[in-house]
Design a protein around this ligand. Structure first.
Ligand code: ADP
Length: 254
C-alpha cells in the first residue's frame, strides 16, 4: 500500500450467511477507506441488516471475514468494537431507562472511566440535542428523539467508524432533514456506512453507493455513476429487475 493511501476502515471479505438452506448474503466484499460516507442500498430483504450485523460483531458469518480499522471482527472483537459505533434498526433502546441512564449503562459496559463517562455523556447529549428529554423514559419519546438517543449511544466512545441501519426509517420530513445534516457533519471526521432503501438519502449524504440485491453485490460506485444514463430510480429498478410502475402526482399508476 502506498504510504499516503487512506486506511481501510471497514472491510467485508467474501461474507456469506446461510440460514439453514436459505442464502441471506453470498460473497459480499467491499472495502471502505477512511473518511468515506457510503450508502448501503437495496430493497427490503436484500441482506443489508445481515451484512451490518456481521460487520458489527453481532452475527457470525457462515463464511468470509470482516474488519474494522484493520481489526478482525471475530479474533479482535473487543478492539474492533472500540473503533465502531453501531446504530441498529430500532435501538438498542430500553424503554424504561432515561437517555442518561442508557448512556451511563453503555458507557460502563464499554469500560469508560467515571471522568470520561461524564464528559462523553455531556458531549453526546449536546451533539445529538437530547438535553430536553434527558430524564424522560425512552419509551415515552418520539421516534425522532429515540433515533437521536440511539445515535448518542453509538457516538458515546467517539468511534472512528459508524455503521447505521436505516437511521431515518420512520422519521418525519423535518426529523429526516435534521438527521441527514447530523450525518453530513459526522462524515467530516468519521467513516460511515449507512443502510437505506431510500434513493433521496443516497443523494443527500453519500459519496459512494454499495448496492445489494438478493444477498449479492450488484453495484459499487458513486451516485453519479449509478445514475449514468438515467435516474437513480431507474437504475434501482434495473438492478433489482423489478417491474416498473410509475406513479402520477395524483397517485394513479401509468
Ligand atoms: P435487509 O436488511 O436488506 O432488509 P436482511 O439482512 O434483514 O435484509 O434479510 C436478508 C434476508 O435474510 C431476508 O430474506 C430475511 O428474511 C432473511 N433473514 C434475516 N434474518 C433471518 C433469520 N434469523 N432466519 C432466517 N432468515 C433470515
Amino acid at each position: 500500500m502506498p504510504e499516503n493511501a487512506p486506511r481501510t476502515m471497514i472491510e467485508a471479505n467474501g461474507l456469506c450467511k446461510y440460514y439453514g438452506p436459505f442464502v441471506a448474503i453470498k460473497d459480499v466484499s467491499f472495502s471502505i477507506p477512511q473518511g468515506q460516507v457510503v450508502a448501503f442500498l437495496g430493497p427490503n430483504g436484500a441482506g443489508k441488516t445481515t451484512t451490518m450485523k456481521i460487520l458489527s460483531g453481532f452475527l457470525s458469518p457462515s463464511e468470509g471475514h470482516g474488519s474494522i480499522a484493520g481489526l478482525d471482527i471475530r479474533t479482535d472483537r473487543l478492539e474492533a468494537a472500540r473503533k465502531l459505533g453501531y446504530l441498529p434498526e430500532n435501538g438498542p433502546l430500553y424503554d424504561s431507562m432515561t437517555p442518561i441512564e442508557l448512556l451511563k449503562f453503555f458507557g460502563e459496559a464499554r469500560g469508560l472511566n467515571k471522568y470520561d463517562l461524564k464528559t462523553r455523556v455531556e458531549a453526546v447529549v449536546e451533539q445529538c440535542a437530547i438535553g430536553s428529554v434527558r430524564e424522560k423514559p425512552i419509551g415515552k419519546l418520539s421516534k425522532g428523539y429515540r433515533q437521536r438517543v440511539g445515535l448518542a449511544q453509538a457516538l458515546l466512545h467517539d468511534p472512528e467508524v459508524l455503521i447505521m441501519d436505516e437511521p431515518t426509517a420512520g422519521l418525519d420530513p423535518n426529523q429526516i432533514r435534521d438527521f441527514r445534516s447530523n450525518i453530513r457533519e459526522l462524515g467530516k471526521s468519521k467513516t460511515i456506512l449507512l443502510s437505506t432503501h431510500i434513493l433521496q438519502e443516497v443523494e443527500a449524504v453519500a459519496e459512494r453507493v454499495i448496492f445489494i440485491h438478493e444477498g449479492r453485490l450488484v453495484f459499487d460506485g458513486s451516485p453519479e455513476e449509478m445514475r449514468k444514463g438515467g435516474t437513480l430510480e431507474e437504475k434501482f429498478y434495473d438492478l433489482t429487475g423489478s417491474v416498473r410502475t410509475v406513479r402520477t402526482e395524483a397517485g394513479g399508476q401509468v
